[in-house]
Design a protein around this ligand. Structure first.
Ligand code: FE2
Length: 200
């Protein structure tokens, strides 16, 4: 992915803290902005894993979990229509809609090596870690006759060590993202398999 430094470090307006959109509104935005079904599925998978992580691992309340889910659902919303301005366009749209700054910062920091914005809180750190791994695990599932059924952590680990498999997924980014979290690669792979396999 080419770099698109945002050249800014604050996002949204603090007075909009707590301003969320509904999940239906987020899906409507996605359907309008993202014709590519595969890309929409990627965002739905990241959203499902983010929400589950917030609820199960962070013991977040429903509203906080919705923030995690919305960030996951919208993080690549502008990727298909504005590849050269990826991230900037969706950020500006959410700022226009007066959305909670945590969600906007989370989206801005989902690729620190590309957008130049460092993940700060756990939501930021986890979207960075979940994003690339989620796509990688989905690619690993798709080449199996039984897809997610019986997909094991160790086979995902083996594929990660095979540079030619899903070569566009940066192993360095995955390692960098994991190093910023308290979770292990094995734990996160299992969590992603468990929570994205049913998403369609
Ligand atoms: Fe993504």
């Amino acid at each position: 992915m080419p770099t698109h430094h945002l050249n800014r470090f604050t996002f949204g307006d603090p007075k909009n803290a707590g301003n969320l959109m509904t999940i239906e509104e987020a899906h409507a935005l996605l359907n309008e902005w993202v014709p590519n079904e595969r890309l929409r599925l990627h965002m739905k998978q990241v959203a499902a894993v983010m929400k589950a992580w917030a609820l199960e691992k962070e013991k977040a309340d429903e509203k906080t979990a919705l923030k995690w889910e919305l960030a996951g659902l919208l993080h690549d919303a502008d990727w298909e229509k504005y590849p050269d301005d990826h991230c900037r366009i969706i950020i500006e749209e959410l700022e226009k809609r007066n959305i909670d700054p945590d969600i906007i910062h989370c989206i801005a920091s989902h690729g620190p090596n590309y957008f130049g914005v460092e993940p700060v809180n756990n939501m930021d750190k986890m979207i960075y870690a979940i994003d690339e791994l989620s796509g990688f695990i989905h690619a690993a599932a798709l080449i199996r006759p039984t897809r997610y059924e019986g997909l094991e952590v160790k086979s995902v680990l083996k594929r990660l060590k095979t540079p030619s498999f899903a070569a566009q997924v940066s192993r360095e980014d995955i390692a960098d993202a994991l190093s910023r979290t308290d979770t292990s690669l094995e734990e996160l792979i299992q969590f992603i398999i468990d929570h994205q396999k049913e998403v369609s």
